[in-house]
Design a protein. Structure first.
Length: 374
């Protein structure tokens, strides 16, 4: 493109080949695209059924790229145009441009095909500028292991690799979600991410060298993984980590104890009493935060195991326990003519005092204490 004067009279339109205006100002091109926002870039003329559609702006950028090839040994193309600023991207034979306007995958690099077959009879692609490009054939390209591209058209002298969104979503049953700066390919059935791309110069480029997560787990770390995952079974561990397929067992102490059956308990030795006052339960409560008017802060209870009859004695001090217990035993002996045979309580110091022990020995009362902290 040349400029011979201050007013740009030497500018030549690349579409109508007339001087005095740029391609984006060409009335002939604007009139042609009026009422139809999309221009069919390519359509099969023989055995190839379908067309490739891109927007008029994308086509204009492609024309600029073709023109730049005539003046530069390094292929450089204008891939974005906003106002008067252009963003250029160096052409690469291995990068795949994610194109929402193309109806088919296209490439000009035959070395990318893993399988290829020629079109017989030969077919051609008609571009929007009226020129035609032959279709050498089609085949399969595998840019990543999870994104195989089928029916990719091979075009001679085609600088870019175009990935058609409409075709890949149909063939792979996936969705493509675009975000500022990147895009994601997601399988609709498994919801797994099968590919991704990044934004570069206004275009989304497929990431063909995705670094896969490297498992740092070795056979020696099986037990640690078992702990972190909540003690799953060995079969589930083998599904999650195939490197553990040859492991026969997991030596997990917690799992071993959890699978043990509890042995049945022996019959209860301490059965209920068979007669009144054969067993009497006792306990001391206090001190109460609010003192009664007579000054009582504690009380002691004596419960008959047979009848569940309860005697309550109020105390001002815990040391009064022995006095109330001796009075209780005297009352039972007088009123019911039976002795207290067994007294069961906790390990309070008042029950272990010397006068208390001496009294029980004299009257033949068995003193039973509960286990500590029960």
């Amino acid at each position: 493109m040349s400029f011979t004067g201050p007013f740009g009279r030497g500018v030549i339109c690349h579409y109508c080949k007339k001087p005095g205006h740029l391609l984006k100002e060409c009335r002939k091109l604007l009139f042609k695209n009026q009422g139809n926002q999309l221009a069919h870039v390519a359509s099969a003329t023989s055995s190839f059924d379908g067309s490739i559609a891109i927007s008029s702006d994308e086509y204009a950028k492609f024309i600029c790229y073709q023109e730049s090839l005539k003046h530069s040994s390094t292929p450089i193309s204008v891939v974005a145009n906003s106002g008067i600023s252009n963003t250029c991207l160096v052409s690469s034979s291995s990068k795949w441009v994610i194109d929402s306007g193309a109806t088919d995958h296209m490439t000009g690099n035959p070395s990318l095909f893993s399988s290829f077959h020629s079109h017989l009879p030969a077919s051609s692609v008609t571009l929007a500028d009226g020129s035609t490009s032959p279709v050498l054939g089609s085949g399969t390209v595998v840019p990543t292991s999870t994104l195989p591209l089928s029916s990719v058209l091979s075009l001679p002298n085609f600088a870019f690799n175009l990935l058609s969104i409409s075709k890949i979503t149909r063939t792979l049953n996936c969705s493509v979600t675009f975000f500022p700066g990147y895009c994601v390919f997601q399988d609709l059935l498994t919801k797994h991410t099968i590919g991704q791309g990044h934004e570069s110069g206004g275009l989304y480029i497929l990431d063909t060298s995705i670094t896969k997560g490297i498992s740092c787990l070795g056979v020696g770390n099986l037990l640690e993984a078992h702990y972190r995952l909540g003690h799953p079974s060995l079969s589930l561990m083998k599904q999650l980590y195939p490197q553990f397929n040859k492991v026969s067992s997991i030596q997990c102490e917690s799992c071993e104890f959890a699978k043990h059956h509890r042995t049945s308990l022996s019959p209860r030795l301490n059965k209920r009493a068979n007669a009144p006052f054969d067993l009497v339960h006792t306990d001391v409560w206090g001190a109460c935060p609010v003192v009664s008017k007579p000054g009582f802060k504690y009380f002691v209870t004596f419960v008959d195991d047979y009848s569940r009859m309860t005697w309550v004695y109020f105390m001002k001090r815990r040391s009064e326990l022995f006095t109330h217990f001796s009075a209780f035993c005297a009352e039972i002996k007088t009123q019911f003519n039976v002795p207290v045979r067994v007294l069961r309580g906790d390990n309070a110091q008042e029950y272990l005092s010397a006068p208390f022990k001496s009294f029980m020995l004299q009257h033949g009362i068995i003193h039973q204490t509960s286990c500590v902290d029960t």
